[in-house]
Design a protein around this ligand. Structure first.
Ligand code: NAP
Length: 305
């Protein structure tokens, strides 16, 4: 089967079209014929070699965490899915491929009539937002949340999950993305340019800006006894504010997160637009990787058959 990966670190051109064996079906996995996958900033970090120490992997590395497709075979212990089911999955790696073997605990059924392009980008950003707000912080309707980078993949999911939870939400993003962030349902929008001088304070401030930029300005907007959360490493340690550099934890489970996200999607309380849809070939993957490193319009970069 064909996959897209790299045998050396570098820019988008290091991607190659690879021919690899069909992934192994274990008793708890399903084998999925991939219809499409979404790209994430982490995939580009892998490609640049930035994860080489924290997560050493053998070449070729085939990235990809967000995948949608049709089940071709099920492992002998899998009773909750059948051949022919259309599923959305969250994989550690390997989604940039024609087929993927994935645990039945890391997939959710896609309802009939759902455009696959509308959901393929949900797993990574949605599971991150769910684990942070619902599992880790247990956000309450009485709390206020401010999201820096509210126009981004994770940022837009944080906004929508917080609104579904009843919290008061402020979104901060580029002025060009004001209309997009407002229609996600924020109670208040502040442009990045106006943020430093804004008097707004929130119980929880999350920095979901690509690369974790603008942390210092966010720290100044945390209310008394509040908390500052970064999705990236914390750069500003000289602060009295309680801080958290959010990372996936062992206890986090994909199954409830995916079920939650799909339920919100079905209730039309969740949207994730497509910023760019590219062809399922090497040129599409390379173009998508280049877009990941540019300031692209809101939504996911996806590769579809
Ligand atoms: N810790 C974790 O578990 C975890 C999980 C997922 C992601 N992450 C990290 O969280 C961050 C956000 O991920 P994402 O997928 O939501 O990213 P994304 O979709 O690219 O969006 C982030 C937002 O950052 C803003 N931004 C500001 N300056 C930028 C620049 N120079 N280039 C690009 N964007 C810029 C953009 O908003 P405006 O244009 O409106 O300013 C953009 O909408 C990434 O650094 C990612 O690696 C961490």
């Amino acid at each position: 089967m064909q996959s897209f990966g790299f045998n050396q670190f570098g820019d988008a051109d290091v991607f190659e079209s690879l021919t690899q064996p069909t992934p192994e079906l274990t008793p708890v996995r399903v084998l999925v014929d991939v219809a499409g996958f979404a790209l994430n900033p982490y995939d580009a970090a892998l490609r640049r070699g930035e994860q080489a120490t924290a997560r050493p992997l053998p070449f070729p590395i085939v990235p990809g965490s967000d995948v949608v497709g049709t089940i071709r075979a099920v492992g002998e212990q899998v009773t909750d899915y059948q051949v022919g089911d259309v599923v959305l999955g969250h994989s550690n790696l390997g989604a940039y491929a024609e087929q993927i073997a994935i645990s039945h605990n890391k997939i959710v059924k896609v309802p009939a009539q759902t455009p696959l392009s509308a959901v393929v980008g949900l797993p990574s950003v949605g599971i991150t937002a769910y684990n942070l707000l619902v599992v880790k912080l247990q956000l309450q309707p009485t709390q206020s949340l401010l999201v820096q980078g509210a126009s981004g993949g994770v940022g837009s999911l944080l906004v929508q999950i917080a609104k579904a939870s009843g919290a008061h939400v402020t979104g901060v993003a580029s002025a060009a993305n004001a209309a997009y962030v407002r229609q996600l349902g924020v109670d208040q929008f502040i442009s990045t340019a106006d943020f430093a001088t804004s008097p707004v304070r929130a119980d929880i401030v999350v920095n979901a800006v690509n690369g974790g930029r603008a942390q210092a300005v966010g720290l100044a907007h945390v209310a008394t006894a509040g908390q500052y959360v970064s999705l990236n490493q914390l750069t500003d340690s000289d602060t009295d504010v309680a801080t958290l550099a959010f990372q996936p934890e062992k206890g986090f489970r994909d199954r409830p997160a995916l079920a939650y996200l799909m339920a919100l999607y079905r209730q039309q309380q969740l949207q994730l637009p497509v910023a760019a849809q590219l062809g399922f070939d090497l040129a599409g993957v390379q173009a998508g990787q280049r877009l990941l490193e540019q300031r692209h319009r809101p939504g996911k970069i996806i590769v579809m058959k």
